[in-house]
Design a protein around this ligand. Sequence first.
Ligand code: ACO
Length: 453
Amino acid sequence: PEDVGILHLHLVVPGAYVDQNDLETFHGVSAGKYTIGLGQSKMGFCSDREDINSICMTALSQLVQKSGISYSDIGRLEVGTETILDKSKSVKSVLMQLFEECGNYDVEGIDTTNACFGGTSALMNAVAWVESSAWDGRLAVVIAGDIAVYAEGSARPTGGAGAIAMLVGPNAPLVIERGLRATFMAHAYDFYKPNLDSEYPVVDGKLSIQCYLKALDKCYQGYCQKARKLSGLTGESNDAVGLNSFDGMVFHSPYCKLVEKSFARLVLNDFTNTPKELIPEVYPGLERFVGVKLEETYFDRDVEKGFMAYSKELYKKKTYPSLLLSNQVGNMYTASLYGGLVSYLCSKPVQDLVGQRVGLFSYGSGLASSMFSIKIVEGQKLLDLVSNLKYVHTMLNIRKKVDPIEFSKTMEIREENHSKAPYVPIGPLEWLLPGYWYLTEVDQNHKRFYKRM
Ligand code: ACO
């Protein structure tokens, strides 16, 4: 099969949010810390009415409906998530309820977990299946979803929630480029969830940022090297392969400010790959940074400021359009990168997207990371894909604004009742959007039951 990639995407976010300005006041931090310092406007959250199963059911059922396929057209279904409700039973197996009506039980794939990276791993698996001898001609679906919640403290405003469903198959309008993929994996305790009784991670904020930036450097250098090899370039200069090779660059977004800094970091990478004699011409004003070592600059304010100022316009063009959902919803963990892709696709007229190459950087703490790229192909399928995303702005606008006290109480309720059985959720149904699945009951044997709005 040719041009394997994404045929359709459908993203769902919680129907309730808390405003980050209100949260700053409520937490008693200085005004601007979350909104300017982190770059966040709103944070989506779920009551005890929703769990990882229900948000993934919502994403899958709405994708099937919107794309006009039948459950029997799906031959592989994968879920990437770090929101664990059960140490054995997969979310994928719960989603099989939706296939019962059409009698399709022949569906490969299960769950993949490593922090925010599971969705990307699932996508790679789905693409590999379509390209393999095991492929039976049907479509694959990848779901990446999470409920991102942090204990009270500095990480709390970087929560969020959401799930994306992606339909994968041949002759796609968003082609995943073959051979253009670089990975960096290592052992780190930057963010992890060792307490299985709690939804909250143990997080070392500063280390997680350092790990993220290091992984970005490594993946980008690896990607550029492979791209150079593929295009037959052998020279040292990164002129031909670098940020200029991408029309858009989408990042995993824990919060928008880190993404803005990350974009500047790619320019820094290009800078370090540029012969010294070309620097004054290509990077005027940055000459003083010649000879800087990437691994010594993760928290270097001078470098950060210099390259952010230099790259401002490029950032506005290539990355800022991908931050709508991150800014309006927060970190969706595995879905965050793909929320970035959805935002980017919603940000301009379709004719402007045609022919573009979009780079994607996926990062999951612990750590696992990859950079790969998508080529956008002209045609009816692209028009259909983009027109199916028109609902995104409406979805964001019809959400309910909830005050921080109510949000905080909701977090306490989730905390107290996580993994409780039997349990009947008490969260308001008005916080759910039309067509959303929700939890009705957990029985004494921890079996979970759902209904649809
Ligand atoms: N107005 C404007 N900006 C402000 C204000 C203000 N009043 N107050 C603070 N700021 C700025 C700070 O200067 C800082 O920006 P800078 O780094 O560009 O200087 C920013 O706001 C954040 O302030 P900090 O004091 O650094 O925040 P804190 O240390 O309390 O928490 C952190 C930030 C570490 C990101 C925390 O939210 C966290 O741990 N989040 C979860 C971990 C995370 O998301 N890691 C990223 C990669 S891993 C992953 O995806 C989970």
